[in-house]
Write a protein that binds this ligand. Structure first.
Ligand code: HEC
Ligand code: HEC
Ligand code: HEC
Ligand code: HEC
Ligand code: HEC
Ligand code: HEC
Length: 318
């Protein structure tokens, strides 16, 4: 999460892609980088809008979105980089058919509340007394975002690791608060999603705290099911299904265990206190029970955190 936001000059995507283009009807889009300067250009064939890119949002696990300034306002570029296609496509939620003007074809005005929210979730320290102060921005989700306040504390910790000198230690939160409110502040918990029209539609597959909360039979108050049970927020995401098996078998008895124990007197009690075992398989649990769901326009399959028996042809449960 440290790379959730960068100043454009530090974007690896821009550095390794000197020229990217995208065409939609009469409009042509171009992102040009020479290693120092990054320029966003949009033309309708007659006129051209040309602005330097200021910020690159996202580490490009899925995508990277660019933000520029024009006439004192901040804009989100209409096109983003997608890793799966190694190129540009419409920024999610921003498709315009057809764009009404060159200005609007180029970007979406995010000045005001929206920019403030983007920089709060992807960056650190840029919002002071509800005002966006970009001169104070520390790009990315940093130690201070989760353990702050006080920049000096972060530095102290790096010098003296192992000592709890932080003002705030999220380890002290109960399981549900940690997942729904702490991680949920950015990843969107059940209360945030409940206020969205249509619960966000299929977009809510990106809202892991909400999805996890609604897993049938799974108690959000159980520490074996918090976000941190499966993810260390200080490390990169671990790919692959097998790494997560031990998280499931922390509660679910291994396949066949119940039957085996009926014939082993004395062990029945211990096993029956755990959750049911799977009649189908004994490993790679998440590959079937946390299915990957394609989000239209994202060029990415998100992992559905609603743990469930996913039947073929069954509609996505909101
Ligand atoms: C301040 C906002 C914020 C908070 C709080 C937050 N996250 Fe994130 N998280 C993000 C953003 C933004 C991304 C997108 C990452 C990127 O583009 O680098 C992300 C990405 C992730 C990823 C995917 C990492 C990857 O390699 O792509 C995981 C896993 C994750 N967060 C887990 C957590 C957990 C667990 C917590 C709670 C302990 C948490 N996050 C709290 C903002 C936040
Ligand atoms: C409520 C907090 C929040 C706000 C507001 C927010 N984001 Fe994010 N964003 C996240 C989280 C959490 C993720 C990681 C999970 C995911 O991919 O949905 C993310 C992921 C992304 C990604 C994909 C990153 C990757 O991992 O490849 C991009 C690009 C992005 N956001 C751009 C933006 C831009 C631009 C804005 C403002 C217009 C914005 N976000 C507003 C929380 C937020
Ligand atoms: C996305 C939020 C997030 C970020 C960013 C983050 N942490 Fe943490 N940190 C946590 C959570 C949540 C815990 C508690 C984990 C647990 O329950 O095991 C934690 C625990 C810790 C602990 C252990 C505290 C204890 O009592 O055991 C240390 C030390 C720590 N973090 C240091 C750092 C440092 C240094 C950075 C920056 C490099 C950092 N953290 C960035 C969320 C975060
Ligand atoms: C039982 C284990 C488990 C728990 C609990 C869990 N996750 Fe995940 N998470 C996964 C798996 C598995 C993946 C996909 C890993 C891969 O790429 O193969 C994943 C992926 C992610 C991603 C990357 C985007 C994606 O869809 O692939 C984010 C962000 C994330 N989790 C956030 C969270 C947050 C926030 C919580 C707490 C609400 C949470 N996770 C709880 C297992 C878990
Ligand atoms: C905190 C303990 C716990 C953890 C961790 C856990 N489960 Fe469960 N799970 C339960 C309980 C309790 C039930 C309710 C049924 C039962 O008693 O078996 C359940 C039910 C289920 C169901 C049936 C759901 C339905 O709709 O009927 C599936 C499938 C499942 N779990 C898979 C998993 C997978 C896969 C993992 C790991 C990603 C996991 N569980 C992690 C406790 C847990
Ligand atoms: C190849 C896909 C697949 C894998 C891998 C898999 N399961 Fe299942 N699981 C299923 C299916 C399908 C069902 C539903 C069986 C039925 O009811 O017909 C199921 C059912 C379950 C149930 C509900 C049992 C009940 O009696 O209600 C649980 C709990 C469960 N699985 C847990 C797990 C765990 C834990 C793992 C990893 C150790 C796992 N599954 C691996 C496909 C899988």
């Amino acid at each position: 999460m440290g790379h959730a936001l960068r100043i454009a000059a530090e974007s690896d995507v821009l550095r390794t892609h000197p020229r990217m283009t995208f065409q939609a009807g009469a409009y042509s889009y171009e992102i040009v980088s020479d290693g120092q300067q990054n320029s966003y250009r949009v033309s309708d064939g007659k006129e051209t809008i040309r602005e330097p890119i200021l910020y690159a949002f996202g580490n490009a696990h899925v995508a990277q979105t660019y933000v520029y300034r024009r006439n004192e306002k901040l804009y989100e570029a209409r096109v983003s980089y997608y890793t799966a296609i190694d190129g540009l496509d419409w920024t999610i939620g921003d498709v315009l058919n057809p764009p009404p003007s060159l200005e609007e074809a180029a970007g979406r005005d995010i000045s005001g509340d929206e920019a403030r929210n983007c920089f709060s979730c992807h960056g650190t320290a840029a919002v002071v007394n509800t005002k966006l102060q970009l001169e104070r921005l520390i790009p990315g989700v940093t130690c201070e975002t989760c353990h702050g306040p006080g920049g000096s504390h972060a530095a102290v910790m790096l010098l003296a690791p192992g000592e709890s000198l932080y003002i705030f230690n999220p380890k002290k939160l109960d399981a549900e608060t940690l997942s729904q409110e702490f991680c949920g502040a950015c990843h969107r918990g059940v209360d945030t999603v409940a206020m969205m029209p249509d619960l966000g539609g299929i977009n809510n597959v990106r809202f892991q705290p909400y999805r996890l909360f609604n897993s049938r039979g799974h108690d959000p108050k159980d520490a074996r099911l918090t976000c941190t049970a499966c993810h260390d927020p200080h490390e990169d995401l671990k790919p692959g299904a097998a790494v997560y098996d031990s998280k499931c078998t922390a509660c679910h008895a291994p396949r066949g265990a119940e039957q085996a124990n009926i014939r082993t007197p004395g062990k029945t009690a211990a096993v029956s206190s755990t959750a049911k075992s799977c009649p189908v398989a004994s490993e790679r649990c998440v590959s079937c029970h946390m299915p990957k769901v394609e989000l239209p326009g994202a060029h990415f399959k998100f992992t559905d955190h609603r743990i469930r028996i996913a039947r073929q042809g069954q509609a996505y449960p909101y």
